[in-house]
Design a protein around this ligand. Structure first.
Ligand SMILES: [Fe+2]
Ligand SMILES: [Fe+2]
Length: 184
């Protein structure tokens, strides 16, 4: 948010939408728009990770999270409706960077290797942690704003992100065991 210098009273404050009257709600709505972009971007990015992965369990985990992610997009659309806002996406630079990192992992590793699968898991867990932090923060903001229905939708997605992260962590443990066993 821009700070106004003294003596330069903004004339733009004739705007009458709710956002401009409640900075916390403005912050919240901006976060929702950011997540809307992020989740839509993941719907496009996850199929690349599915086809790059080798381990069938890893493929399946990402496939089922892709279906959940499509649900996350729909939940955010429900949130826009509850907020009386149009579904507008605001580019999320963090998610763009995180998915680029995942694609970089694929480029740097060979098809069919444990290294590639591990790279995909590591990159995917960073994505989940970003989502967990975002949903957790927005859930708390929703509570402060008294947006209970919105908060319940955020909590549902938050628990799916946490579970996805746990599944990936389990797979990482198994992949590491596999690598050690392979070397023995
Ligand atoms: Fe998500
Ligand atoms: Fe996720």
């Amino acid at each position: 948010m821009k700070k106004q210098e003294s003596g330069t009273t903004p004339k733009l404050s004739t705007k009458t939408n709710n956002d401009s009257q409640n900075p916390l709600l403005e912050l919240f709505t901006s976060g929702i728009r950011d997540l809307y972009w992020a989740e839509n971007h993941l719907v496009k990015s996850l199929p690349k990770m599915i086809s790059a992965a080798t381990d069938p369990k890893l493929k399946k985990t990402i496939e089922s999270h892709l279906v959940e992610t499509q649900g996350h997009v729909r939940r955010i659309e429900q949130i826009f409706t509850l907020l009386n806002e149009k579904p507008i996406a605001k580019k999320c630079d963090a998610m763009e960077g995180l998915t680029k990192e995942g694609e970089g992992m694929v480029e740097e590793t060979e098809q069919g290797t444990v290294a590639r699968d591990m790279g995909i898991i590591l990159a995917s867990q960073k994505v989940e942690h970003y989502e967990i932090a975002s949903y957790n923060g927005l859930f708390k903001l929703a509570e402060q704003l008294g947006l209970n229905e919105v908060g319940a939708l955020l909590a549902e997605t938050l628990s799916e992100e946490k579970l996805a992260d746990e599944k990936l962590a389990d797979l990482a443990d198994k992949e590491i065991d596999y690598k050690i066993a392979d070397k023995a």
